[in-house]
Design a protein around this ligand. Structure first.
Ligand SMILES: Nc1ncnc2c1ncn2[C@@H]1O[C@H](COP(=O)(O)OP(=O)(O)OP(=O)(O)O)[C@@H](O)[C@H]1O
Ligand SMILES: [Mg+2]
Length: 473
């Protein structure tokens, strides 16, 4: 299982060997939570005017809320060489009040002053815990926004007052908040009975987007096509005799109550995303066992039972499903707390929503009568693979969207995933190993480090993760 640095663990710059690690270990896992920014208030790889920013953290949801730009650099980078670039970023948007520039070893904060920026804080990464109050005074979420409630500390306690271990009251309160948002693992099924609408693309990239926001994520592939398993880099072999999945995959979770618990079947997603996510892979042979499992009532509740045993290890479980009304989709709907229905909103996909609703009704009945579970919460239909053609967006798209609520009485998520070639290119990415060209699939976030045209799709998935975090919190 992949390890996660808890937000309130001490930060050690020695563990940052590259830019990604500065982003994940210093910014995502440490500073943003401690400064009071929940994951839905900060965004990664944000396209702002003509710039792509590493992170933007907003003090609140409103459009004009003050914000901070955070730029992470490689540990060997001289930060002075990036001040000009940071100034451009900060001056391009009036809501940006501060800019944080870091290579992990050093942290600098610049303040916007009219049409220039000024260095207002500087410290080493080593020992940053002693400087947190100063950093918070400048760019803490609460301090940045006058509209927000002034105190989140309990009455009578003072921010900055340290206890025996040197932990301030404010840090204790924020750690508690982080703990509380982590209390419940949330399971989301990604389902539509129509094929090719983007279920797998949404599953793997939403998983990566949530992981990049510091969430601990498990992806379960319950589709015998095993497309999520491939997309997360777990099928590298070229010949059947090298098949490393067949001995331990999602089937083993479903076929017995006593054996093969999650930690024994889970694998870290290879080079797919940094930080990695955990994956329960699938295999083409899963289809063979459907009839047998169908006859055993208990097979429907085994995934849920086994997930319950790891509920403290993950914040989100994402289940990618087959394009069918079969046992495996039923298990996903029985197991999940939430449902996202990706749809290209074309006539068949929209008509299919009626089938999805009937199937959902059947799964809810099973949940209630056999398991005493509440019905699945539909987060919404997710418009995906949507053409960016201006005429289409003006005339057809609004009608397609309104049909979702009008004819099918289903909510629609605000985020739209547009049709982007980068989303199919990142799955078919390869690398050379000797003479061989081997699969090296990437999440959209990794791929945009190779191809900047992928930025827009990465931003859409970042927004989707923010919307999911908000709706499930
Ligand atoms: N937003 C998008 N933009 C461009 N191409 C996309 C997008 N989403 C998915 N695709 C491409 O469309 C094809 C089908 O997507 P995907 O496999 O995610 O759909 P699916 O619903 O999981 O399919 P299935 O029902 O077979 O499991 C893939 O080639 C994928 O790369
Ligand atoms: Mg799929």
């Amino acid at each position: 299982m992949s390890t996660t640095l808890e937000p309130n663990s001490p930060f050690d710059p020695e563990f940052c060997h590259n830019e990604r690690e500065v982003e994940s270990k210093l910014l995502v896992s440490y500073l943003l939570p401690i400064l009071g920014y929940p994951p839905y208030l900060w965004h990664q790889q944000v396209q702002q005017n003509r710039f792509r920013l590493d992170f933007v953290a907003n003090a609140s949801h409103t459009l004009d809320a003050p914000s901070v730009v955070l730029e992470a650099k490689h540990p060997r980078t001289n930060l002075s060489h990036h001040i000009r670039q940071l100034r451009e970023y900060m001056l391009a948007d009036a809501t940006v009040k501060y800019g944080l520039l870091t290579n992990g070893k050093e942290i600098r904060i610049y303040e916007r002053k009219n049409d220039s920026i000024e260095l207002v804080f500087q410290c080493f990464g080593h020992g940053i815990e002693k400087k947190l109050d100063e950093i918070r005074q400048l760019i803490g979420r609460q301090e940045l926004s006058e509209e927000l409630p002034k105190s989140i500390t309990t009455p009578g306690t003072e921010q900055g007052v340290e206890n025996k271990e040197g932990v301030t009251m404010m840090e204790q309160v924020i750690s508690k908040q982080v703990e509380e948002t982590r209390k419940t693992m949330k399971t989301i099924a990604i389902y539509h009975n129509k094929g090719g609408v983007g279920k797998t693309t949404v599953s793997v990239n939403l998983a990566a987007a949530l992981r990049n926001k510091g969430q601990r994520v498990l992806l379960v592939d319950i589709d015998s096509q095993a497309n999520s398993t491939f997309a997360t880099g777990l099928i590298k072999f070229q010949f059947e005799e090298d098949d490393s999945i067949i001995k331990s995959y999602v089937l083993h979770i479903l076929s017995s109550g006593d054996y093969d618990f999650i930690p024994e079947v889970v694998r870290p997603s290879d080079n797919f995303n940094h930080p990695e996510i955990d994956v329960i892979p699938s295999h083409i042979n899963l289809i063979e066992s459907q009839e047998k499992l169908n006859k055993i009532g208990a097979s429907r509740s085994r995934l849920l039972m086994k997930l319950n045993r790891v509920k403290d290890s993950y914040d989100f479980v994402i289940i990618d499903t087959p394009p069918a009304r079969d046992l495996y989709s039923e298990i996903a709907l029985i197991t999940a707390d939430y449902l996202i229905i990706p749809s290209d909103l074309k006539p068949f996909a929209n008509q299919g929503l009626a089938n999805v609703k009937n199937f959902l009704k059947q799964a809810n009945e099973f949940r209630e009568t056999m398991m005493g579970r509440t019905p699945l919460t539909v987060l919404g239909v997710l418009a995906s693979k949507i053409s960016t053609n201006a005429q289409f967006l003006k005339h057809t798209f609004p009608r397609q969207k309104s049909a979702v609520s009008k004819h099918y009485d289903l909510p629609l998520l605000d985020t739209v995933i547009y049709e982007r070639t980068s989303l199919s290119k990142c799955v078919s990415h390869t690398k050379k190993e000797g003479e061989l060209e081997i699969p090296d699939p990437q999440s959209i976030f990794e791929f945009c480090k190779i191809e900047s045209a992928a930025d827009q799709a990465a931003e859409e998935f970042d927004l989707l993760a923010a919307e999911v975090l908000k709706q499930t919190s």
